[in-house]
Design a protein around this ligand. Structure first.
Ligand SMILES: [Zn+2]
Length: 387
């Protein structure tokens, strides 16, 4: 499944257009009306300024991937390179938006207005949730293991419940209670504001996008300082270079909410799914093997089920086919973060064989190797007979 706000950005395309091959642009008059004057004047360098150390943009709520801003920054003209980060962000955002396809531009602008509307009027219930405070958020074992960042320390907290599915204790009960209350407060805000809510994914009828409510920078810090190091250790094949962006949301299971989640894969390299609890029965997660796009509907040989536990996190490959069974009583809130790696996504575009992680590619590679061995043996036999 995908998130409605997803976007694939192609830096090279933006750059080549900005450099002056303007023949394919849409009506320039229309663009002039939409864009501030300084953006129109912005001309990128033809070659990046390699010695320039770009800023970090991960803590900001941006319309494009933060790593795209870091890459693009080296192409900014001298006067902008020495300006403030806010000015750089504004110039680059406007530029990227200006050269996005029309439909994408409209979508990004609408989403920006949607977020601004929430941020300007939503009253936070627990303001302390919006800044990551490791000591008050996490259980000591988790905090200790991540701060040591060693194979041994990770192994001391992580349980491999099935191939490719890892669990560990993560949040303190008090954090879970506050988070559940905050999510309920968000739902309530929508109800009374009579606004229509953008749901987290294409298959959720309920649930809130936490990034839209201002939790994006907290979740990004959670990603970079905690989930990325663990994922690099557990899933080096997809996030060896680290994770750099996310889509964070909460889903609620129960009466008058979603009762289950259908079988799907996530648009992520790694997914963090934390059960925040409440009293409930049912809602077990089921997993059916990791598959690439070509093999996502291939036959199922793997069957793993997992009963959710309050405060406990599950970390799995985003392409691990999965779903959640129906909740049979009570209510349940889950904090979910789709964790992405721009480096992996770029590299993936040039690959066809994903046998290092896809069960389908692995089987095909095995058969290819078997066939090659058989052919060699046959050839040797024939040669022997000829002699
Ligand atoms: Zn495959």
């Amino acid at each position: 499944m995908t998130s409605p706000s997803d976007m694939n950005s192609n830096l090279n395309r933006f750059r080549s257009i900005a450099l002056g091959s303007s023949s394919k642009q849409s009506d320039p008059q229309q663009q002039q009306q939409q864009q501030p004057q300084e953006t129109l004047k912005l001309k990128l360098r033809r070659t990046p300024k390699e010695e320039h150390e770009p800023e970090h943009y991960e803590d900001l709520q941006l319309d494009f991937n933060p790593s795209l801003f870091r890459s693009l920054e080296r192409f900014l003209p001298e006067n902008l390179l020495s300006s403030t980060r806010t000015e750089k962000v504004r110039a680059m955002s406007d530029l990227l938006l200006r050269y996005s396809p029309e439909t994408e531009r409209i979508r990004v602008q609408k989403h920006r207005e949607y977020r601004q509307n929430i941020l300007s009027s939503y009253q936070r219930l627990h303001g302390e949730l919006y800044t990551l405070d490791p000591a008050s958020f996490f259980v000591p074992s988790f905090l200790d293991a991540v701060s040591k960042r060693s194979e041994e320390s990770f192994k001391s907290i992580i349980v491999r419940v099935a191939p490719g599915i890892y669990t560990f204790d993560m949040f303190k009960p008090q954090f879970c209670q506050m988070f559940i209350a905050e999510v309920e407060n968000m739902e309530k805000w929508f109800h009374y504001s009579k606004s229509s809510m953008m749901r987290p994914t294409t298959i959720n009828r309920f649930g809130v996008v936490l990034d839209d409510f201002g939790l994006g920078s907290m979740l990004q810090k959670l990603l970079e300082d905690f989930i990325s190091p663990i994922s690099q250790f557990l899933f080096p094949e997809v996030c060896g270079t680290g994770l750099d962006s996310h889509h964070g949301y909460a889903i609620e299971y129960g009466k008058y909410r979603d009762t289950d989640v259908g079988f799907h894969v996530d648009d992520s390299e790694v997914t963090l799914n934390v059960c925040l609890g409440n009293q409930f029965t049912g809602a077990e997660l089921y997993f059916r093997g990791v598959r690439c796009d070509n093999h996502v509907t291939s036959e199922i040989k793997e069957n793993y089920d997992y009963s959710q536990v309050s405060g406990q996190a599950v970390l799995h490959h985003g392409r691990h086919r999965h779903g959640a069974r129906a909740i049979t009583s009570g209510r349940l809130v889950n904090l979910i973060m789709w964790c992405r790696s721009s480096t992996f996504r770029e590299a993936k575009r040039y690959q066809k064989d994903f046998s290092s992680w896809c069960g389908g590619c692995k089987v095909e590679k095995h058969y290819r190797q078997q066939a090659a061995i058989k052919a060699t043996v046959e050839a040797l036999k024939r040669r022997g007979a000829e002699r």
